[in-house]
Design a protein around this ligand. Structure first.
Ligand SMILES: [Fe+2]
Ligand SMILES: [Fe+2]
Length: 307
């Protein structure tokens, strides 16, 4: 399979540009198989296009294409070599049928390795997700104002971007819709009750429990029973369990820092996250909340291979 620098070289030859970021993303050592997963190509293409532009997205598809071609050329080469070895050499005494069986089982296991690498697995269900216009319309009709809708859309885009960058098998629909609807309750109030009120509205709208859970639990990144008591909210355990929930909360914080102009770029928001949340009470709230927010940041960055 072409090494990253070979991809870059081919890219320069074909397009005049190296598209280094694209090839580095796909060949990122710790996430290689996930990033070559063809069932994630549409999601990755969207993410790359929004970050680096249409030419970069095209280069991503070219990269996967070249890898598939290379892996299968290599596969045929190995088969030919093994067939040659088996038809003469020190296995001359072995019956033809047995040699063929050896060849077929070797080919099978090599082929399975290739298919696994590109994410082709028996019975796998492909689920693509993108923010639906009808969902945005639901927010508008519920009375969420234009600024808050813009915030919800930004949180959904950021959460999906982060989710894709982890390369993990996550529920993108839950992340995208959970993020989009997390502040639905702001149509009623911007006070701390907007989580609970939003979840109630979500239930009335027929949203799945996993989504209304995110809406209810997003306040201060998932309160304990003791904190809920102190804040006068219905007493229960609001703590977050899944990566899907944590990614929405992390994206919500990042979007606040970015939209408020505390940082100049999205990258800077992640790099200076700990420093900003620790220094500014507006974002870190209090010690216990800050600790949670920093915990999610570290966990998710580690999942992206940035620990
Ligand atoms: Fe909120
Ligand atoms: Fe929010």
């Amino acid at each position: 399979m072409p090494k990253t620098d070979v991809h870059i070289e081919a890219s320069v030859k074909k397009t005049g540009k190296p598209h280094q970021a694209v090839h580095a993303f796909v060949d990122f050592e710790k996430k290689k198989p996930e990033r070559h997963d063809i069932t994630k190509m549409v999601d990755y293409t969207r993410m790359i296009e929004s970050k680096y532009g249409a030419e970069a997205a095209q280069e991503f598809v070219q990269h996967i294409h070249d890898d598939i071609q290379c892996k299968f050329k290599d596969f045929i080469g190995t088969l030919k070599k093994r067939a040659g070895e088996l038809s003469n050499g020190d296995t001359a005494q072995v019956p033809v049928g047995s040699k063929l069986n050896t060849l077929v089982s070797e080919a099978e296991s090599k082929l399975k390795g290739i298919l696994d690498y590109f994410g082709v697995v028996e019975g796998k269900n492909v689920r693509l997700y993108r923010v639906a216009d009808e969902d945005v319309e639901l927010l508008r009709r519920a009375g969420v104002n234009a600024d808050d809708i813009q915030h919800c859309l930004a949180v959904a885009a950021k959460a999906l971007e982060i989710a894709h960058r982890t390369g993990a098998a996550l529920d993108f629909e839950l992340i995208g819709r959970g993020a989009l609807f997390h502040d639905l309750g702001k149509s009623k109030t911007h006070a701390i009750e907007h989580g609970r009120l939003g979840a109630e509205m979500g239930k009335d709208l027929g949203l799945p429990t996993a989504i209304t859970d995110i809406m209810e639990k997003h306040i201060r990144g998932g309160l304990t029973e003791a904190e809920a008591t102190e804040l006068g909210l219905p007493v229960k355990d609001y703590r977050l369990k899944s990566f899907e929930e944590k990614i929405v909360i992390y994206a919500d914080r990042l979007v606040d820092i970015i939209m408020d102009g505390v940082v100049k770029t999205d990258e800077e928001a992640e790099q200076r996250y700990e420093e900003i949340l620790t220094a500014q009470i507006k974002y870190g709230k209090n010690d216990i909340t800050l600790k949670r927010y920093l915990g999610y940041h570290r966990e998710i960055q580690a999942l992206m291979g940035n620990s």
